[in-house]
Design a protein around this ligand. Structure first.
Ligand code: SF4
Length: 374
C-alpha cells in the first residue's frame, strides 16, 4: 500500500521531540486509545505500547479490549488486518505507516494460491475440502500462517482450513491431517517443515515444496500424490539468516550456551539448536533461565537486545553477529506514530485498516478456528 511522505517538520523530528509529542497526544486521547507493540519494534516505539506481544497475542489483545475506540497497531500490515477482523465494527485499527508490510507474507498472493489450487485439482483428479467433501480426489486442508494477507486467510476459511501461529502450528497441522489427506501450508516453508518433523513426518518422503513460479510447483504428479505436506516456497528474510555455522561458533565461544531459535529458521538450524519456539516461547524460556546462564538467540535483533537488557543476570546475545532487524517492522518510525496520534487528536483517523466482507467473513472463520486450536 502507498504511504505518502510525512510533512517535513515531522520527518525531521529529533527523538526527544517525537517522544514528547507522542506522550502529549496519548494523554489527550486517554482511554479511547490503545497502542499495541510487536516485540520486534524498536525501543522508541515499544515504550509507548500499552501492551506488547507477538502477532497472535496482539490479535487476542485487540479482540479483548472493546473499550478502545482506536487501536494503533505498531506492527505490520497483516497483523493490523487480523486485529480489524477480530474487533468490533465500531473500533478503528490504525497502522502508523502503510509501508510496514512483511516480506514473507508477500511471498504468497491470492492469484498464486488460486492458481496452485487449480493445478492441484487437475493433477490429483479433483480436490475435496472440509467444507465440501463430495466429489473426487484427496481432501486438502489449507493452513495459512498468521503472517499472511486477509484474502489468503479468507481462502483458507472458505475451504474449511485454519490459520496457525508459530505457537499452535503442531496442533493446527495435526488437526488438518486428522481431518484430511494433505495439508497445503503457506507462506512459510520452514515453519511448515519444522512442524511436520516435530509431528514425526519425514521431510524428504512426506513433504514437497511448491514453487509458485514453476508448473506444478516444480513437482511431478506422482510426488504431489504421495506427499502429505505441500509447502509453499516462502521464507522470512530475518530468520533465514541464521546458520548452523553460527550455532557452532556460539558453542565454541561459550561452552554450555543454550541455543534457542524461532521455527521460521531452516530445519538444519532448528535441529542444531537446543530448543525452538515462538517469540513468546523464546521470551518465556530465557526469562525462566537460571542466573548466570548464557543464551544464543536466533530471532529479531530488537527483541534480543531487549531480552538482554531485561535479564541482566544472564548473558543473552543474537546468533547472527551482524545486525538483523526486520526492515519492514522498522518502518514504524516514531515520527509516523507521532503523526497518526496527532491526527487522531485533531479528529482525523489516518491509515485505518479495514477488511470488508466477504473476505472479512471467511477470514474470521479461519481465525476463529485458530483461536479454538490455540
Ligand atoms: S520478522 Fe520475518 S515474518 Fe516477521 S514481519 Fe519481519 S519479515 Fe515478516
Amino acid at each position: 500500500m502507498y504511504q505518502a511522505p510525512l510533512p517535513k517538520e515531522l520527518a525531521e523530528l529529533v527523538p526527544e521531540e517525537a517522544d514528547g509529542r507522542i506522550r502529549a497526544a496519548r494523554a489527550k486521547l486517554g482511554r479511547r486509545l490503545m497502542i499495541l507493540g510487536h516485540h520486534y519494534q524498536r525501543d522508541e516505539i515499544i515504550r509507548h505500547a500499552d501492551l506488547r506481544g507477538d502477532s497472535f497475542k496482539l490479535a487476542s489483545h485487540a479482540a479483548s479490549h472493546p473499550e478502545a475506540e482506536v487501536i494503533v497497531f505498531c506492527g505490520v500490515h497483516f497483523m493490523a488486518e487480523s486485529a480489524d477482523i477480530l474487533t468490533a465494527d465500531s473500533q478503528a485499527v490504525v497502522l502508523p505507516n502503510l509501508a510496514a508490510g512483511c516480506s514473507m507474507a508477500d511471498m504468497a498472493n491470492i492469484i498464486q494460491v488460486r492458481n496452485c489450487w487449480r493445478q492441484l485439482e487437475e493433477a490429483l483428479g479433483g480436490v475435496r475440502t472440509l467444507s465440501s467433501i463430495e466429489g473426487s480426489g484427496p481432501i486438502v486442508v489449507p493452513v495459512t500462517y498468521i503472517n499472511s494477507a486477509a484474502n489468503l486467510k479468507a481462502f483458507v476459511g472458505e475451504r474449511g482450513g485454519t490459520v496457525c501461529t508459530s505457537s499452535n502450528a503442531p496442533v493446527a497441522v495435526r488437526w488438518a491431517l486428522d481431518k484430511g489427506d494433505k495439508v497445503l501450508f503457506f507462506p512459510d516453508q520452514h515453519l511448515g517443515r519444522n512442524t511436520g518433523v516435530k509431528l514425526g513426518y519425514d521431510p524428504e518422503r512426506d513433504m514437497c515444496l511448491w514453487d509458485p513460479f514453476k508448473p506444478l510447483g516444480g513437482n511431478t504428479v506422482e510426488r504431489l500424490q504421495e506427499a502429505r505436506f505441500l509447502l509453499w516456497k516462502g521464507h522470512c528474510s530475518v530468520h533465514s539468516r541464521f546458520t548452523v555455522a553460527q550455532i557452532a561458533d556460539a558453542r565454541r565461544r561459550h561452552p554450555g550456551v543454550r541455543v534457542i531459535v524461532h521455527p521460521e529458521c531452516e530445519l538444519e538450524v532448528v535441529r542444531a539448536s537446543d530448543m525452538n519456539g515462538s517469540t513468546e516461547t523464546i521470551i518465556r524460556e530465557v526469562t525462566a533461565g537460571e542466573p548466570g546462564s548464557v543464551w544464543a538467540v536466533g530471532t529479531e535483533i530488537n527483541l534480543v537486545h531487549r531480552l538482554s537488557q531485561e535479564n541482566p543476570d544472564k548473558t543473552v546475545f543474537c546468533l547472527d553477529p551482524d545486525v538483523c532487524p526486520c526492515s519492514t517492522m522498522y518502518r514504524i518510525h516514531p515520527s509516523f506514530l507521532c503523526w497518526s496520534l496527532e491526527r487522531l487528536v485533531e479528529g482525523e483517523v489516518v491509515n485505518q485498516i479495514v477488511v470488508r466482507d466477504p473476505v472479512r467473513h471467511f477470514a474470521r472463520e479461519a481465525l476463529d478456528r485458530m483461536l479454538v486450536l490455540a
